[in-house]
Design a protein around this ligand. Structure first.
Ligand SMILES: [Zn+2]
Length: 503
């Protein structure tokens, strides 16, 4: 049997720690990056008897904001429930979560499938709960330690419908959600820091007479990178296919992901569905959401990644790959926009017909993008683009692009100028003046350069006379190199042509 006779059905459960000042049910700091264990704690988040929870309004708002951004229905009446289970990371013996009345129901996120076609992934629900404490297992010790800093941190859970059909789609969904959460300011969603954690539910059904009958569901937990999401799903599709083809049965179980071996491994077999004995949290009143609250929250949502993507593609005529870089790197995107707004004002002042103006604007957008994405990011290497690390103002950068566009500096000189701009943030015209990089457009000076180059390369001059076009390019290169990139290439070409014709 070939692999296309199997159909993967994949759903995701994604947990995100919310960017609030304090924890979900107490006033302890939501200690972002706190490394010392058990400092952000109080009797509430340590689960002491007799303490009472108070719901964090900011966290509720962030969950609603997420729901509104992805088109969920915001329930007018919601409540918190107790999810009962015993585990050392849960001091109360139950987790406050939401069962049948979560804040958000439904919704959808658009992604691209493996072929680049648009695909809608439906969201089942988005609810709010509290995070558990963290268990630490010291190497070589026979005990575990509990750090309660994370206990009670607001945690949002988003569950998708089983609409995902491949490893690439699973990764793209997680990636798009991560971007949306960052745009909304809901969560940092850094997977390596555990701020966003992905769980995959995956089953393989055989396409054919039994079509529609789902295979056995396997869960993959603790995925802490987008690469792990894609890698584990791809691996699991193959593993389950091989199991089925060998005549064996896929076991319902929870599996982990071994990053080093790039394979999933069995963690535990699923016993009978665990009964969490959910019941309404008696210490918290049901939450009623007013239309005003929804309206206000909606009004605080800015431009989302999908909208930005289509705006950048249509407004600046950029290709999909470049647009994606700007959407993912928001600082770079907004820097590009500021630079372009300077250039748009300038190009409008030029005496051009409307259609020419539009064409020149597109050229400027491409030129700016080439320098920002290739050169600037290249020079920054692994550093993140931010105003702090890139000292040049958008005004100066626009000035720099104008010089290249007008042919006032060659690409070689541009690289030198850019390097200095990166280091000092100085005005490009000052750099050119200071370093003596101004272009040589003086005919007499260029004539001298041309004469010297022809004299030193008689073979090339002869070849050109015999009709070898390459020889001409070679001589132009020699002239530019002799002038250290400063000779105006246009003038150099004209003079060279004239001189060679005279021979
Ligand atoms: Zn606390």
């Amino acid at each position: 049997m070939s692999s296309d006779q199997y159909k993967p059905t994949i759903g995701l459960e994604i947990h995100c720690e919310l960017n609030t000042g304090s924890k979900m049910f107490c006033s302890c700091p939501n200690g972002n990056g706190e490394v010392k264990p058990n400092v952000n704690v109080c009797p509430v988040c340590m689960g002491h008897p007799g303490t009472l929870p108070v719901a964090n309004q900011e966290a509720i708002k962030l969950v609603m904001k997420t729901g509104l951004a992805i088109g969920s229905e915001i329930l007018k009446e919601c409540k918190f429930d107790r999810k009962n289970y015993f585990y050392p990371d849960l001091p109360k013996g139950y987790q406050i979560s939401q069962y049948d009345l979560p804040f958000c129901l439904g919704g959808k996120i658009e992604i691209e499938d493996g072929t680049g076609a648009p695909k809608t992934i439906r969201v089942t629900r988005v609810h709010l709960e509290e995070d558990t404490a963290k268990l630490l297992h010291p190497d070589g010790e026979d005990h575990s330690l509990v750090d309660f800093n994370r206990s009670g941190v607001p945690l949002m859970e988003l569950v998708t419908e089983p609409d995902i059909a491949s490893a690439v789609e699973a990764r793209r969904f997680a990636e798009e959600l991560q971007l949306i959460l960052r745009y909304l300011g809901v969560s940092d969603a850094d997977m390596d820091k555990g701020k966003m954690r992905v769980e995959v539910n995956i089953s393989l059904s055989i396409v054919g007479p039994d079509d529609g009958k789902l295979g056995t569901k396997v869960e993959i937990k603790n995925l802490n990178s987008l690469r792990a999401v894609e890698g584990s799903v791809a691996y699991e599709i193959e593993r389950q296919r091989k199991v089925i083809e060998s005549g064996a049965k896929v076991i319902q179980e929870t599996r982990g992901w071994n990053e080093a071996k790039l394979e999933t491994f069995s963690q535990r077999e699923k016993e009978e569905a665990f009964d969490y004995r959910y019941f309404p949290e008696p210490d918290l009143a049901p939450y009623r959401v007013s239309d005003e609250e929804i309206r206000k929250t909606r009004s605080e949502i800015g431009e989302l990644p999908a909208a930005k993507r289509s705006r950048f593609a249509s407004e600046f005529s950029l290709d999909g790959k470049t647009v994606d870089i700007y959407v993912k790197n928001r600082d770079l995107g907004s820097y590009f926009e500021k630079t372009i707004s300077e250039l748009a004002n300038w190009v409008k002042e030029q005496d051009m017909k409307e259609d020419v103006l539009a064409e020149e604007f597109v050229k400027l957008c491409k030129l700016t993008s080439n320098y920002l994405v290739t050169d600037v990011l290249g020079l920054l290497k692994n550093q993140n683009f931010s105003q702090g690390q890139f000292k040049t103002s958008p005004e100066n950068f626009a000035e720099f692009i104008k010089m290249i566009y007008k042919g006032e500096i060659s690409s070689k000189i541009a690289k030198i100028v850019l390097q200095v701009m990166m280091e000092t943030g100085a005005d490009p015209s000052n750099i050119i003046a200071d370093k003596g990089l101004a272009q040589i457009s003086d005919g007499v000076e260029i004539e001298a350069l041309v004469a010297g180059v022809i004299k030193n390369n008689p073979k090339a001059a002869e070849d050109f006379k015999k009709g070898k076009e390459n020889a001409f390019q070679f001589l132009v290169g020699q002239i530019l190199s002799k002038s250290r990139g400063k000779a105006n290439p246009q003038i150099a070409r004209e003079i060279l042509k004239k001189k060679l014709d005279e021979i």
